[in-house]
Design a protein around this ligand. Sequence first.
Ligand SMILES: Cc1cc2nc3c(=O)[nH]c(=O)nc-3n(C[C@H](O)[C@H](O)[C@H](O)COP(=O)(O)OP(=O)(O)OC[C@H]3O[C@@H](n4cnc5c(N)ncnc54)[C@H](O)[C@@H]3O)c2cc1C
Length: 281
Amino acid sequence: MAQPVYLRPTRVEDALRALAGSPLSVLAGGTDFYPARVGRPVREDILDITDLSPLRGIVHEGQGWRIGALTTWTDLIDHPLPAAFQGLKLAAREVGGHQIQNAATVAGNLCNASPAADGIPPLMALAAEVELASLQGVRRVPLADFVTGNRSTARRSDELVSAVLVPSHGARSRSAFLKLGARRYLVISIVMVAVTLDVSEDGMIVRAGVAVGACSPTARPIPALEARLVGRPLSSDLADLVRPSDLSVLTPISDVRATADYRLDAALTLIRRALREAGSE
Ligand SMILES: Cc1cc2nc3c(=O)[nH]c(=O)nc-3n(C[C@H](O)[C@H](O)[C@H](O)COP(=O)(O)OP(=O)(O)OC[C@H]3O[C@@H](n4cnc5c(N)ncnc54)[C@H](O)[C@@H]3O)c2cc1C
């Protein structure tokens, strides 16, 4: 039997050339990759991207923030970022324990596309885009379009996710993230909710991002509520604007962690709490 190929390039161009040549499984922090292969030898061809150092780190450039594909959750927690990122930082602290956060990448969380991925709702609420690189060039895809289903994404096999891009949000922007699990730490989410509110100088909401995870095959924005929040003054009373019908975009399942009805009920409560938090001065 032919030995699987293991590539660990140090230049992004070499990685893209390898991906263009034949299908390869991309390996970053490995914290989703290895648990998905427990009990069987790895026989597929691997592209280990951990030596592509230009892809690690967070920079502010042009109209927003660039989170390189190899940026870990710990890198994100440690990096000074504006208040709009508070929700994403709270989510980062919920991804496994410290060892996982030290190895696992933000981009890997999006590429793995679990319905319970804690990084997806806060990045969706921040209107993030995913940057995909290939020998054909670079394209940007809104995160809401990148994740197409449970464990499926819009990434072509010749593409590497090179960065997660977050537009600049104003100095007065606020955010919140709440996760419900069966216990406090090291837990797969039953529901999580992320909110970002962009606020004008005179305290009015000019854009709202509200996203719910673990209640559908992919995290979903709540567009009816987002539209209703725009034009309102920042206040803890924002929670009163939430209507049960707003959640009609969600399609929760019943499983070992919770019933579908419980998930919907919990989502409603968490959205109200998150808006109360983000809306308070
Ligand atoms: C004990 C434990 C606890 C965990 N707890 C949580 C939790 O609480 N919340 C949560 O959301 N997740 C959790 N996870 C899952 C995991 O840690 C995260 O999803 C993590 O962010 C994945 O990043 P990674 O770099 O390890 O990805 P990898 O495992 O390296 O890759 C994941 C997938 O993405 C692909 N991929 C990675 N990077 C790229 C890229 N740049 N371009 C194209 N494809 C790419 C890989 O091919 C693979 O399919 C946990 C995992 C473990 C083992």
